[in-house]
Design a binder for this molecule. Structure first.
Ligand code: CTP
Ligand code: CA
Ligand code: CA
Length: 635
């Protein structure tokens, strides 16, 4: 196979001085006709183009749009005494989410303050009240969820052929690989056919790409961030010489991304910021390079310059205990500092799973952009109580408020997908973060979703967990009440097939009773520890946390902590993908060790060799400290 790329990797050689050149050795892979004409694009595809698109100051913009306020007016969204969103004009006054609302007002007297909508008992719908009270009201994010769905739908309509994964209420990953491939072949028809004189047939590398005009496509993250302006021209010149087909792919994705961002702004009033790169991790990281209302493009060759100086604790999942442990263990600050730590060393100290951290630091992320299925979802409504429940009979009050939210959301979901119904209802009660008790019950089908129906089921669960006898002491100090629907599925043909629907749900409720009852706890997602935020998440079963090896039959799990509450799906996917690669390589290493000399060469040309050539530790890693996951649990 030819390895001619038409380009030298500028990081090879240049990096030699600090001995790091091999840290980023996959930036200019050979791109062949075979890659270009592949029908399936895996995570190793060298022409992958992924975006993360995030709404600017989302909740604040939702209120600005709803109230038709001039976007230049400083505006914040208030929840009780704190702020949950600050628009960009308000940020100019030094106002941040950390401020109390009255301090923010001091910084900017003309600040427009909007209190988030709230439910109160007895109301079917949330409203915007003059003086909502945390003792009687519960925050509603329904409006933001609806606006979020509108934006998502515009992505879907405006970006045919892409894969879109909603990552949170205001952001989504978009995989442009397929439509970009089509555009490439349309614009450069000479790529459609392998030239007759191509030395390696389908495996020949593509001819050098044309120069790219990046005008109007966004902000290019520079190849050499440290250079001053005088070097800008040199850089431009160099850029052209170093252009790869992967850059062309990113530029086409940027065109599409820019168009849909402009459409969304024109139609709905939201500005969005996006990052474009070869994988999800880098796309997410690039999205905040320039905000608001811009998109940033991270070409492969710019990855080392972007990652190395970055304080690694800024990377989301290295921001917590793991980042701290790494910083203390090695007395380091930046991603670059961590690159000298070998995989073996990292795995010895932090467990086998740390391979995904090792890879992330090198800009490698193999996770797919996967649309979450519209069904098999759960819905959770919850309330953190500033004053713990004082009497057993207070339960009904909170259950009714939560039931109103669930009723509204289920009815809304049914507008889109008729026949949606949850298999179970779960009541979860928490005392701080330590104690959690929950109870679930099957939720019988009914044609209409009413607050009464849900509240009655919730009350029944409360009765079983706590009772309603005010003369007896409460069995726990309740600081959090959550009510959720799980196993929401659609009876596709609406009402015709009710019987079959019942059968299905019975079967799986039984299955849940048998084995996974405890796991249902994780469905009550807590996004932001101190605030009451409810999210519609796919139920735990939607995201795989293990895989079965076809070769040795072992089931490999990501650790429980990683699989649990508060860890985003894409992080779970990353961990699982890394484990899978590690495991495949383990088999490869075994195979190689068994092969005779010339067999080793044959094995090198396996059709689908693992991307990384790291070595498995020769001996088993020393006693595994509980694994990296212990550093990733919520504090
Ligand atoms: N949010 C929240 N509490 C947090 C983080 C986020 O309530 N700890 C809400 C915010 O109100 C926000 C939305 O989730 O509007 C999206 O969060 P994020 O994208 O982090 O912030 P934005 O406000 O959208 O600001 P940015 O422009 O920086 O993305
Ligand atoms: Ca945002
Ligand atoms: Ca966000």
């Amino acid at each position: 196979m030819s390895t001619f790329t038409g380009l030298a990797n500028p990081w090879k050689g240049k990096g030699k001085a600090n001995g790091l050149e091999s840290d980023f050795d996959d930036l200019t892979p050979a791109i062949t006709y075979r890659h270009l004409h592949a029908q399936h694009f895996g995570p190793k595809d060298p022409l992958r183009a992924i975006a993360l698109c995030d709404s600017d100051a989302f909740y604040a913009t939702c209120e600005q749009v709803r109230l038709k306020v001039d976007p230049a007016v400083p505006l914040v969204v208030r929840q009780w005494d704190s702020l949950i969103a600050v628009n960009y004009p308000a940020r100019k006054f030094g106002i941040s989410r950390m401020d109390r609302w009255d301090d923010a007002l001091k910084k900017c007297p003309e600040l427009k303050i909007v209190h988030v909508a709230t439910y109160k008992e007895g109301d079917d719908e949330p409203g915007y009240w003059e003086k909502p009270d945390t003792r009687t009201h519960k925050v509603s994010l329904d409006h933001y969820r609806r606006e979020s769905a509108k934006i998502y739908n515009m992505f879907k309509e405006g970006l045919p052929g892409t894969e879109i994964e909603k990552a949170s209420i205001d952001e989504a990953f978009i995989d442009f690989t397929r439509p970009v491939r089509e555009k490439l072949l349309e614009r450069f028809p000479y790529l459609a056919k392998v030239p007759d004189d191509a030395p390696d047939g389908l495996d020949s590398t593509l001819p050098p790409p044309p120069p790219i005009s990046w005008d109007g496509l966004g902000t290019l993250i520079p190849l050499h961030p440290a250079r001053d302006n005088d070097d800008a021209e040199v850089e431009l010149l160099e850029d052209d010489l170093l252009t790869t087909w992967s850059d062309v792919a990113l530029s086409i994705a940027a065109e599409m991304m820019g168009r849909v961002r402009a459409d969304i702004h024109a139609k709905l009033g939201y500005t969005l910021s996006a990052g474009l790169a070869r994988n999800k991790f880098l796309a997410k990281l690039s999205a905040s390079y320039r905000k608001p209302n811009d998109q940033s493009i991270l070409r492969n060759l710019a990855i080392p310059g972007y990652l190395r100086p970055m304080p690694f604790q800024k990377i989301r999942f290295l921001g917590g205990k793991l980042g701290k442990a790494l910083a203390e263990e090695y007395d380091v600050k930046t991603v670059g500092d961590l690159l000298s730590i070998t995989l073996e060393e990292m795995q010895r100290k932090f467990g086998e799973e740390s391979i995904w951290v090792y890879e992330i630091l090198r800009g490698i992320d193999r996770t797919d952009v996967k649309e979450k299925s519209a069904t098999t979802k759960s819905m959770a409504a919850s309330k953190n109580l500033t004053q713990p429940v004082a009497k057993a009979s207070e339960g009904s009050h909170w259950i009714r408020i939560l039931a109103a939210e669930l009723a509204l959301r289920l009815n809304e979901a049914r507008d889109q997908t008729p026949g949606l119904w949850p298999k179970s209802i779960v009541l979860g009660l928490r005392q701080g973060w330590q104690i959690y008790r929950s109870k679930q019950a099957p939720f019988p089908f009914s044609r209409t979703v009413t607050i009464d129906l849900i509240a009655a089921a919730g009350d029944k669960l409360w009765k079983e967990l706590i009772g309603f006898d005010d003369s007896r002491p409460l069995p726990m100090k309740i600081t959090h009440v959550g009510l959720s629907f799980t196993g929401i599925a659609s009876n596709e043909s609406g009402q015709q097939n009710i019987e079959g629907f019942f059968k299905d749900s019975d079967v799986s409720v039984k299955a849940e009773d048998r084995g996974t009852k405890r796991k249902l706890h994780s469905i009550v997602e807590e996004k932001h520890a101190s605030e009451e935020i409810t999210e519609c998440q796919p139920s735990r079963s939607a995201i795989a946390t293990h895989f079965d090896c076809g070769r040795c039959g072992r089931r490999i799990h990501i650790s429980d902590d990683l699989a649990g509450i508060g860890i985003e799906d894409y992080i779970k996917q990353q961990a699982l993908a890394a484990l899978r690669t590690e495991h495949e390589d383990f088999h490869l290493a075994l195979d190689l060790s068994k092969l005779p000399e010339d067999g080793v060469n044959a094995a090198k040309f396996r059709p689908d060799p693992p991307q990384k050539k790291f070595k498995k530790p020769k001996s088993k890693p020393e006693p595994k400290p509980d694994g990296i996951a212990k550093f990733l649990v919520k504090k």
